[in-house]
Design a protein around this ligand. Sequence first.
Ligand SMILES: NC(=O)c1ccc[n+]([C@@H]2O[C@H](COP(=O)([O-])OP(=O)(O)OC[C@H]3O[C@@H](n4cnc5c(N)ncnc54)[C@H](OP(=O)(O)O)[C@@H]3O)[C@@H](O)[C@H]2O)c1
Length: 247
Amino acid sequence: MSNPILLITGASRGIGAATAKLAAQHGYHVIVNYRTEAQLAEKLVNEIRQHGGQANAMQADMRDEASIVALFDQILENWGPVCGLVNNAGILETQKSFSELSLERWQRIFSTNVFGPMLCCQQAIKHMRQHQLKGSIVNVSSLASVVGAPHEYVDYAASKGALDTMSKGLAKELAAEGIRVNTVRPGFIYTEMHADGGEANRVDRLAPIIPMQRGGQATEVAEAILWLLSDKASYSTGSFIDVAGGR
Ligand SMILES: NC(=O)c1ccc[n+]([C@@H]2O[C@H](COP(=O)([O-])OP(=O)(O)OC[C@H]3O[C@@H](n4cnc5c(N)ncnc54)[C@H](OP(=O)(O)O)[C@@H]3O)[C@@H](O)[C@H]2O)c1
């Protein structure tokens, strides 16, 4: 039997890349989606293959519906239906107070963090229904959806709040069909995303306010994602796992 197909969006680096490596070890055929970093994605795919795993890199922009539809069509044509989806791609922008934020910025953030995952869910559900798969979707939100990220990125936090609500509603809509939808909410994790917000050392600065007194690693988030994807989480849907050191 062929390995189940798992699509991880935004997997060229950070939490997505860590999840791709772990998923390949768990026997998934991993589709490593990226937007711009083709070389990083190919490097990751080669690494997975060298360890005996199955993976392919696929470019698609989560802000673009046609690009997302084409991605799912190509996966189906080449390897078969998606039975797992990790909506991981996400962006934030420079730390600013709320009054300084612009509509253009909100549109970029919500397109990537909310509409992209919603469109991917629609496509994944189509694959799962047509092939009668008991699929599993994991959305990568953020603890920012709970705490609001004041003075940094309230817009990013609001986008993750929307993602949380979508996950909850969709989980209930699909539960009777055997398709599960769950959410992981990371806290401060060591990735390059913080440099995009203008503060590469943000995790170290904030470590003292984390009950565990340290930032998290991408692999620690990946473990939670893999559990929710797997049959071990067979009675969990509409659930949230906070991977945030006790915050
Ligand atoms: N790091 C944290 O502390 C933290 C905390 C809470 C939640 N999260 C969430 O965890 C997820 C991963 O974060 P991370 O820290 O690993 O981020 P990261 O290191 O900045 O990586 C982001 C990934 O998303 C991809 N991406 C961005 N825009 C995309 C688009 N339009 N289409 C397709 N791919 C796109 C990037 O691809 P390219 O590089 O190829 O463009 C990259 O692979 C995000 O949803 C983030 O909000 C992170």
